[in-house]
Design a protein around this ligand. Structure first.
Ligand code: ADP
Ligand code: MG
Length: 568
C-alpha cells in the first residue's frame, strides 16, 4: 500500500499533463486515519465524476455495537452517517475550481426514508466503515490541475471524514436517538404481526407533505387522531406508551368527501413500508412491509400472466390464463398488478379510486341488469376482495369516496372528515343493509400457480457493450430497452432504480436460464444482497457509489415491466 505522501508526489508529477494521466492515481493510499481508495478515474472533466472510497477500521470508527447490532439499526446508522458526511462535504463542493465537473464532491442524498445504500456500509463483524463518494478531478480545459485535487484530498476531505464518520467526534445523543427510533419502529413492525394489524398510525402523526414536489412535512397540518374504537397502545421500548390507530387485517374502506384527506392517508400507508427519519411526521406510521399500491397502469406490457380471476371470455376467445400484451388497458393492467402482487408475496393491497380503473373496481346493479354477466369479461375487484382475504389472507385498504358498493363487503369503514378519521362501520353497514345491492357471487376463486420462468432477449444479453441509464424515478434504460417504472409509487429514490437496473442485468446474466422461476430468481438476488451487500450486484471492479436497495415487491414489479424479458 502506498502512502499519502506518495500520492501527493504522484499528483505533483502529473500536474499540467493532459487529463488521462489522472488514471495513474487509481489505487489505495494510507492516510493518517483511513485508507483512501481511488476506485475509478473519470475519462475527462465533463464525464461522470471519479469514484473514491474511504475505509476506516473498526477501532478508529469507534461505533459501539449497540448502534448496529441488528440489520435495521445498521441501516439506520449508515443512513445517519451518510447524511452527516453529505452536510460536511457540501461546504467544499466546487470550492476547488476548474472546467466541467472539476471540484464536485458528492455522496448519496438521503430523503425522508431510511434506506440501505451502497454509499455507506458498516461491517457488523468488526465495525469497520466504507464511505463511497464521487469527486470531480479538477482540470483547466483538459489540463490536470493537480494542486486543486491536492486541496480536496489533503485540506478538505480529512476534516470531513473525522468530523462526520468517527464516533468520538459525533453528537452521541443524536446517534443514540437514531438507534432508539429504529428500535421503536421495529417494535411496532413486530407488534403488527403479533396483534393482527396491517398498519399503525400514531396519534399526532403528520401525514400531508409540504407540496407536490417536497416530501417534507406540511407545516400546521391537522395532526392525526385515531377514532376511539380503533385505538391501540404500543408500549415502545424507548418512547414509552404510544397511542394510535391500528388497522386490522381484512378489508378496510376509507370514504369521505373530496379534499378531506383520504388519498393523503393512503399515501402515508404506502410509504409506511419504510422507516422515516426523526422530524418527518411519519416516524410512527408503520405499514406491513410487503404492502403493494395497486393502480391502473395503461399501456404497460404484460407477459404471460394469469388474469382469469378478473378477466375472462374476452371477445374472440382470447386466453387470459397466460395473458400477454404490449399495451394494456386500465382494467387489464390493474388485474395483472393484483396477480403479480400476489406472486411477489404481498399481504396487503392499497387502492385509491383516484388511480384505479372504474370498471375494474365496481359494476353497479343497473349495469348488471342491462349487460348480462356473461357479456362482461371483467369480474370487478369488489367481487374478489372478500375471497382474497378469506382464502389467501391478503388484506385490502380501499379509498372510495364516490361509490357505496364496498360498504357491503368491508370489515371496517373509516370516514375522513376534515383530515380526521371516524369509525362509521356500524352506521354505514346499517344503511347498506336497507339499501340492497349486495355483492354478487363470482366464478370460483383460484390463486394461479406461480411458475413463470423469465428469459432475457438478445438485446438485454449484449453484456459486452452494456449501457445503463437511470431516468430519475421514471424509468431505467439498458442498452436500447426502456423499462417504465413511473407508476411504482413505492419507489422513493432514483438510486433504487439504479439498483434495479443492476439487478436486472445480474439476473439476466447469471440466473435467468429459462428453468428458474421468477420467484426463485428474486429470492436468490435477495440472498446475495443480504449476505454480500449491494456491492455484489456490480460486476465491475468498482462499485457504483449510488445504489439503494429496493424491496422485493419492486424487484418483481420491475422485472414484470421489462419488455425484454419473456416469461414462459
Ligand atoms: P381526498 O383524497 O380526500 O380528496 P387529499 O388527501 O388529496 O383528499 O387531500 C386534500 C388536500 O388536503 C391536500 O392538498 C392535502 O395536502 C391536504 N391535507 C391532507 N391531510 C391534511 C392534514 N392532516 N392537515 C392539513 N391538510 C391536509
Ligand atoms: Mg383522493
Amino acid at each position: 500500500m502506498k502512502s499519502a505522501q506518495e500520492l501527493r508526489a504522484l499528483l505533483q508529477s502529473i500536474d499540467h499533463k493532459s487529463y488521462p494521466a489522472y488514471k495513474s492515481t487509481q489505487g489505495c493510499y494510507r492516510f493518517p486515519d483511513y485508507l483512501l481508495s481511488i476506485d475509478h478515474v473519470q475519462g475527462d472533466p465533463f464525464a461522470s465524476p471519479s469514484r473514491v472510497s474511504i475505509h476506516i477500521d473498526g477501532k478508529t470508527a469507534g461505533f459501539p455495537a449497540e448502534l448496529f447490532n441488528s440489520r435495521p439499526k445498521q441501516t439506520a446508522l449508515q443512513d445517519h452517517l451518510t447524511r452527516l458526511f453529505y452536510t460536511e462535504i457540501e461546504k467544499y463542493n466546487f470550492k476547488a475550481k476548474g472546467s466541467g465537473k472539476s471540484g464536485l464532491l458528492s455522496v448519496s442524498r438521503c430523503g425522508q426514508e431510511i434506506l440501505e445504500r451502497s454509499a455507506c456500509s458498516l461491517n457488523p463483524a468488526d465495525g469497520s466503515l466504507v464511505l463511497r463518494m464521487q469527486i470531480g478531478f479538477p482540470a483547466g480545459g483538459r489540463t490536470i490541475h493537480a494542486g486543486e485535487l491536492i486541496r480536496i484530498l489533503y485540506d478538505f476531505l480529512p476534516g470531513c471524514v473525522t468530523s462526520s464518520l468517527m464516533y468520538r467526534n459525533l453528537d452521541k445523543r443524536k446517534c443514540q436517538a437514531v438507534r432508539a427510533l429504529c428500535e421503536d419502529q421495529e417494535y411496532i413492525r413486530a407488534q403488527l404481526k403479533e396483534q393482527g394489524l396491517i398498519a399503525f398510525i400514531a396519534n399526532g402523526a403528520v401525514l400531508p407533505r409540504l407540496s407536490g414536489v417536497s416530501e417534507r412535512p406540511m407545516r400546521q397540518a391537522v395532526p392525526f387522531q385515531s377514532p376511539p374504537s380503533m385505538e391501540f397502545t404500543m408500549e415502545l421500548p424507548n418512547h414509552g406508551p404510544l397511542k394510535g390507530m391500528g388497522i386490522r387485517k381484512g378489508i378496510t374502506l376509507v370514504v369521505g368527501g373530496g379534499f378531506h384527506g383520504k388519498s393523503t392517508l393512503l399515501k402515508a400507508l404506502e410509504r409506511g413500508v419504510y422507516n422515516h427519519i426523526s422530524g418527518d411526521g411519519r416516524e410512527y406510521v408503520i405499514t406491513d412491509a410487503s404492502a403493494v399500491k395497486l393502480r391502473a397502469e395503461d399501456s404497460r406490457s404484460i407477459s404471460n400472466v394469469d388474469i382469469s380471476l378478473f378477466i375472462n371470455h374476452l371477445p374472440g376467445g382470447r386466453n387470459t390464463r397466460g395473458f400477454s400484451t404490449e399495451d394494456a388497458s386500465g382494467s387489464t393492467s390493474q388485474a395483472a398488478n393484483v396477480i403479480e402482487g400476489l406472486e411477489s408475496g404481498t399481504s396487503l393491497f392499497l387502492i385509491d379510486e383516484d388511480t384505479s380503473a372504474t370498471n375494474f373496481m365496481i359494476r353497479d346493479e343497473l349495469m348488471q341488469s342491462v349487460v348480462a354477466d356473461r357479456e362482461e369479461p371483467i369480474t370487478p375487484f369488489i367481487s374478489r376482495v372478500r375471497s382474497l382475504y378469506d382464502e389467501a389472507g391478503i388484506s385490502s385498504v380501499i379509498v372510495a369516496g364516490s361509490s357505496g358498493s364496498y360498504f357491503h363487503t368491508a370489515d371496517v369503514i373509516i370516514q375522513m372528515k376534515e383530515y380526521l378519521p371516524f369509525d362509521i362501520t356500524a352506521k354505514a353497514r346499517e344503511k347498506a343493509a336497507s339499501f340492497g345491492g349486495a355483492v354478487r357471487a363470482a366464478e370460483a376463486f383460484r390463486i394461479p400457480a406461480f411458475n413463470r420462468r423469465p428469459k432475457p432477449t438478445s438485446s438485454l444479453q449484449n453484456f459486452d457493450r452494456l449501457k445503463m441509464k437511470v431516468l430519475g424515478k421514471e424509468a431505467i434504460q439498458i442498452n436500447r430497452s426502456t423499462t417504465d417504472l413511473r407508476y411504482l409509487e413505492q419507489l422513493v429514490d432514483s438510486e433504487q432504480l439504479a439498483a434495479l437496473s443492476y439487478l436486472l442485468v445480474y439476473a439476466s446474466k447469471h440466473l435467468m436460464d429459462g428453468r428458474r422461476t421468477l420467484t426463485d430468481i428474486v429470492l436468490e438476488l435477495e440472498r446475495r444482497m443480504d449476505s454480500q451487500g449491494l456491492a455484489s450486484l456490480s460486476d465491475s471492479s468498482y462499485l457504483a457509489s449510488d445504489l439503494c436497495r429496493p424491496r422485493r415487491q419492486e424487484i418483481f414489479a420491475c422485472f414484470d415491466r421489462c419488455r425484454e424479458l419473456q416469461f414462459n
